[in-house]
Design a protein around this ligand. Structure first.
Ligand SMILES: [Fe+2]
Length: 316
């Protein structure tokens, strides 16, 4: 029994236990209060950029394998994580070699940075090439095989979300997505359509949002993950805004581009994975002379479902 006689406020009380537990289950109980339960300080999500990981993934000397963007130590998570609910990795697959993976996730998002190849997921096969996006369901593993040249993939999952709950892959046939393929040429066509039709200022940027037949109602690719190809014409600034979802982004093309995150300038580097922390005020700036492209994964589905997206423009 802890000594509580010195406590001046319920905020000073340590975790309380049953005075005389009659069972092991009663002995496991802990009791907190309004003073000491809601002041747990988690480390904030940093505005980190992963630049070494893509350099390694693109280095011909790197063998076939996965390179995680893991800051679990910074986040205080006991599982690999790029953000509390999202994990990004690069995969290098040497020409003609295979990489078999089986992530504990509800689904897996892929972007092809370089090369071409095939991915087998369950009884389906995706033939991919540079610039493609494809999604595989989390109820089976995937085997990636590179073609005649080395291939590099960017692979993003919600593994931290499942690890947080200590849950497992969906049961066979129960994944919230099928195999979905967005070829590069079709992505280009869809982006061109967005610019052709145009938009008003109340729409935050000119992004292509990826969804599927199974997730059409949610406009997501997975119940929790939203995937968008954002584009920024030369000389354009995306209006400052914030939202409660985190963004984990891949710089696809961004010479002369930078982001402002809570007043800090973050220069883009080729194929970097960047973190835009939740709630941070951010804007993206293209000071270069070509259209910028970046693929954004957000845990936005979580916040939409909770009716707590918290999107707002924050003009200076
Ligand atoms: Fe944003």
């Amino acid at each position: 029994m802890p000594d509580t006689t010195q406590a001046h406020s319920i905020a000073d009380l340590p975790a309380q236990k049953a005075a005389a537990p009659a069972s092991a289950a009663e002995g496991r109980a802990r009791y907190f209060n309004t003073g000491n339960a809601f002041n747990v300080q988690l480390p904030p999500v940093p505005d980190h950029a992963f630049a070494d990981e893509p350099a390694r993934a693109l280095d011909p000397a790197t063998p076939t394998g996965l390179i995680p963007c893991d800051i679990s130590g910074v986040l205080g998570c006991d599982f690999p994580a790029t953000s509390p609910f999202v994990l990004a990795r690069y995969a290098r697959i040497r020409a003609g070699e295979e990489l078999a993976v089986n992530f504990i996730a509800s689904g897996v998002v892929h972007y092809v940075i370089a090369g071409s190849g095939i991915t087998v997921s369950g009884d389906e096969t995706v033939n991919w090439q540079a610039g493609d996006v494809f999604v595989t369901p989390g109820d089976s593993g995937q085997t990636h095989r590179a073609g005649d040249s080395d291939a590099v993939l960017w692979i993003v999952t919600n593994e931290p979300q499942l690890a947080f709950e200590r849950s497992q892959n969906p049961l066979p046939g129960a994944a919230p997505t099928g195999v979905v393929h967005y070829p590069a040429a079709e992505i280009d066509r869809q982006i061109a359509l967005i610019y052709q039709v145009g938009r008003g200022e109340e729409i935050a940027g000119s992004a292509l949002i990826f969804s599927s037949d199974m997730q059409e109602a949610s406009r997501n690719v997975l119940p929790t993950l939203t995937v968008a190809m954002n584009s920024l014409p030369a000389g354009v600034v995306q209006r400052p805004h914030r939202h409660n979802s985190v963004a984990v982004s891949l710089v696809i093309r961004g010479k002369g581009c930078f982001s402002m995150i809570d007043g800090r300038r973050k220069d883009w580097s080729p194929w970097a994975t960047t973190i835009t922390p939740p709630v941070s005020v951010h804007s993206h700036h293209n000071a270069g002379d070509e259209q910028a492209l970046f693929l954004i994964i957000q845990d936005g589905g979580l916040f939409y479902h909770a009716r707590a997206m918290g999107f707002e423009f924050v003009d200076a």
